[in-house]
Design a protein around this ligand. Structure first.
Ligand code: FES
Ligand SMILES: [Fe+2]
Length: 423
């Protein structure tokens, strides 16, 4: 149970707040690269700030406060030029540093433009996502986590959720929810609605552990029937501080990204790379697939809960926009959540003391490898196919091809007989 003040500290992300100060030390996806191919200007919101991102003809990206310093029209309706963005209202031109380069209606020879500037951040493309940094200089490196740079077929599903990002991060250190929400509840729903829920998620947790490391917290578990030799225990997978989780197994590599748009809105992105063993590494044919997936039935407003992430989203959203942590009852099995809250508190203090918080990368690098179990839940290739059939990837335009990729690889590995798949 937390005090109201502590809950506010952990959940307020806007400018000038302690958590906002910590979170502004990291890069966040704000759009896909494809978004700016479709139209070179896009309004975005990050950490409670309204911003506009644009792509210049030379390929460079900029990000600037949404409101023009002149009389506050939105740059979302601006004109992209070779060296910046020009406000659509009276033509003031700003470059990627936020300097004002031109004010056409002002008298010739005026130096008024030198007295005006806009807030500007930085944008870099990585793995088909546009990451923005809106914190203080010097900006750290954009961490090149393996999922963003590895070969394979990519699939980007996303949804904008009406709840605090912190609820979603606390779920990343809450292993027990798997056997209940994705196990027992899923099974119950299947019995009611006539489908078979994935059995791998129904196994009981025998033991869990959490270890702090350079990029967050590694979560490990032993499920019934497993020993300490299992990947789930030996390797586990990490919460990537402060807003991601790296998860997968059996040829699936997924970065779950939870971008704090503001205190009560989160952009949830499932950035998945498919790369099953047993077949040559598949390559991306054509543009990367990205799509928004539904999580509520539009006619009833009821959560869609017959898929894994839909169940998670139900839990996060029904906890409330900002869950009331002054009235919660944490038990011993919630130790990971306490560890995460402590980690946030400590890193807020690090930033306030002028230091670099956990996971800051200052050195240029090719890749940062994160731990990830390969044999997930001892489920074999079915982990991958069920994760597609009964996960948000069922909404992907390439769901069938992805499933086939994993089935073909399982056949090649000898895990599955060709006759069993009927082809
Ligand atoms: S409001 Fe932007 S130029 Fe006038
Ligand atoms: Fe979950």
């Amino acid at each position: 149970m937390l005090s109201q003040e502590h809950n506010d500290t952990l959940t307020q992300v806007g400018p000038g707040t302690p958590m906002g100060g910590l979170l502004r030390r990291y890069w966040y996806p704000v759009a896909t690269a494809q978004d700016l191919e479709d139209f070179p200007v896009k309004r975005v919101r990050l950490l409670g700030e309204d911003l506009v991102v644009w792509k210049q003809p030379d390929g460079a990206y900029g990000i600037i406060q949404e409101r023009c310093p002149h009389r506050h029209a939105s740059f979302a309706y601006g004109v992209v030029e070779a060296n910046g963005i020009r406000c659509g209202y009276h033509g003031w031109l700003f470059d990627r540093d936020g300097s004002c380069l031109d004010q056409p209606p002002e008298p010739e020879g005026s130096n008024f433009k030198d007295k005006v500037s806009a807030f500007a951040g930085r944008v870099e493309e990585l793995g088909g996502l546009l990451f923005a940094y809106i914190g203080p200089d010097p900006a750290p490196q954009l961490p090149r986590y393996d999922g963003f740079v590895m070969e394979g077929v990519r699939d980007i599903g996303h949804a904008t959720l009406p709840c605090s990002w912190l609820q979603i991060m606390e779920n990343a250190v809450d292993p027990h929810h798997v056997e209940w929400l994705h196990g027992r509840y899923f099974q119950f729903l299947g019995q009611q609605q006539g489908f078979t829920a994935p059995a791998a998620f129904q196994k009981r947790h025998i033991k869990t552990a959490f270890d702090a490391f350079d990029h967050g917290i590694v979560k490990r578990r032993i499920l019934e029937g497993q020993s300490e030799d299992s990947d789930d225990w030996r390797i586990g997978h990490p919460l990537v501080f402060p807003y991601q989780m790296w998860v997968g197994g059996n040829g699936i590599y997924q970065m779950q990204i939870r971008v704090p748009i503001d205190d009560t809105t989160t952009w949830f992105i499932l950035y998945t790379v498919h790369r099953p063993e047993g077949v040559p590494t598949p390559t991306q044919d054509g543009p990367m697939v990205s799509y928004e997936f539904p999580f509520r039935d539009e006619s009833t407003g009821h959560h869609i809960v017959d898929f894994i992430e839909g169940q998670d989203i139900m839990a996060w959203v029904t906890q409330g926009p900002i869950t009331d942590r002054t009235a919660e009852h944490l038990g011993k099995s919630d130790v990971g959540i306490l560890m995460l809250r402590r980690m946030f508190k400590e890193n807020i203090a690090v930033v306030e003391d002028g230091g670099d918080p956990l996971g800051t990368v200052r050195e240029p690098h090719d890749v940062i490898e994160l731990p990830l179990e390969r044999d997930k839940f001892g489920a074999g290739y079915e982990f991958a196919t069920q994760f597609i059939e009964r996960g948000s990837m069922r909404y992907s335009p390439q769901a069938e091809q992805l499933k086939q990729l994993h089935i073909d690889a399982a056949v090649e590995r000898g895990e599955l007989a060709r006759e069993e798949v009927g082809s």
